[in-house]
Write a protein that binds this ligand. Structure first.
Ligand code: TRP
Length: 342
């Protein structure tokens, strides 16, 4: 056994598959940016290889990738502090994924609820990539020896699989090489829900545009969507348990809290007793003041394609400098003959 010291390193991935909305911003972008701290290495990957496990129009994929990059930068990601890149440009992800395809078992993959949900009744016609998706995700994480992975609740099972792959690899080859990654799961309390139905996640695929706030919406649209958001007739409570069984009210309070960097308790201490007629304009004003600068910076960057591509190219280069030696060592452990790296 070799003793390996794993330094704290955050890694997360996000799919570039269209239309950034408030849920992506509060649940991922803002959260990732807040993790940029001096004693933490932060690596964020736009997973274009994962995106194509279901069909993507090539022009739209390229557009979504650049837009997501612009979203990260506009949300405060500093390319000097964090590594930001798109997955396809660091070939080590796909290379390590192949090794993991040979470690993971069919039965493990067949149990994945995301596979079952996405492939549905038509598994025979789903892509092989969709089935192998979690193995590539394990490679994303482990090719950086990442120790902390912030994700939404729906990705918990994939992180458990990542741990299983690391454990089996270490066991089969008699090494202590891949770390057992800690999931940093976003709590239900901070998940952004649909503005039309407090029991559903805010989603780009909801047919109603009124259900979400897009990062490209202008101030009037944001205000209108909040004004029309579904609520109930009660006033806001001053304590958290007063939001039980009131999913729409809770969602608006959570959004207010996240946008103002407060806890829901703090918000309720301020707004408890108010009717929605009074609270909604406060929320609209806050949302516009926080989101408008982001959307205008995104729009500016989207006009500077070369600047975006430059950021991504630099990010990929930095990412590779971490990933390549780890893949090289993996190959050596597995017994692949090749030139040692200089
Ligand atoms: N599967 C994740 C999602 O859909 C995205 C993802 C890909 C990811 N690779 C990752 C997340 C690695 C964390 C770490 O949200």
């Amino acid at each position: 056994m070799t003793e390996t010291q794993f330094t704290p390193r955050v890694f997360s991935g996000i799919q570039p598959s269209g239309n950034l909305h408030l849920g992506n911003y509060l649940g991922a972008l803002k959260r990732f940016v807040d993790m940029q701290q001096p004693d933490m290495e932060t690596i964020y990957c736009m997973v274009d290889l994962h995106a194509i496990t279901v069909w993507q129009d090539p022009k739209e994929l390229a557009h979504s990738t650049r837009e997501l990059c612009a979203g990260f930068i506009a949300a405060g990601l500093d390319p000097e502090k964090s590594i930001l890149f798109n997955q396809s440009q660091v070939p080590e992800h796909a290379q390590l994924a192949w090794i993991f395809n040979c470690v993971a078992r069919m039965g493990w993959m067949q149990r994945m609820t995301q596979w079952k949900d996405k492939a549905g009744k038509n598994q025979q016609n789903a892509s092989l990539g969709l089935f192998a998706y979690p193995s590539l995700m394990a490679a994303d994480i482990l090719t950086y020896h990442a120790t902390h992975v912030p994700v939404g609740d729906d990705q918990k099972q994939h992180l458990e699989l990542t741990r299983d792959i690391a454990i089996k690899f270490n066991h089969d080859y008699g090494v202590d090489f891949f770390p057992i990654t800690e999931p940093v799961i976003e709590g239900a309390a901070t998940r952004v829900m649909s503005l039309r139905d407090g029991s559903k996640k805010m989603s780009k695929s909801d047919p109603s545009d009124m259900s979400r706030i897009n990062m490209t919406d202008d101030a009037d649209t944001i205000a209108k969507k909040i004004r029309k958001a579904k609520t109930d007739p009660e006033a806001l409570p001053s304590e958290l348990d007063g939001l039980d069984e009131r999913p729409e009210a809770r969602n608006l309070v959570n959004i207010y809290a996240a946008l103002s960097d407060q806890t829901a308790e703090q918000v309720l201490a301020e707004v408890g007793g108010k009717q929605f007629g009074e609270f909604k304009p406060m929320l609209a004003e806050l949302a516009v003041s926080k989101l408008a600068p982001i959307s205008s910076e995104m729009a500016r960057l989207m006009g500077e394609e070369a600047e975006i591509d430059q950021i991504l190219a630099k990010g990929a280069e930095k990412a590779r400098s971490i990933a390549a030696p780890i893949l090289q060592q993996t190959y050596e452990i597995v017994g692949m003959v090749g030139a040692k790296q200089g």
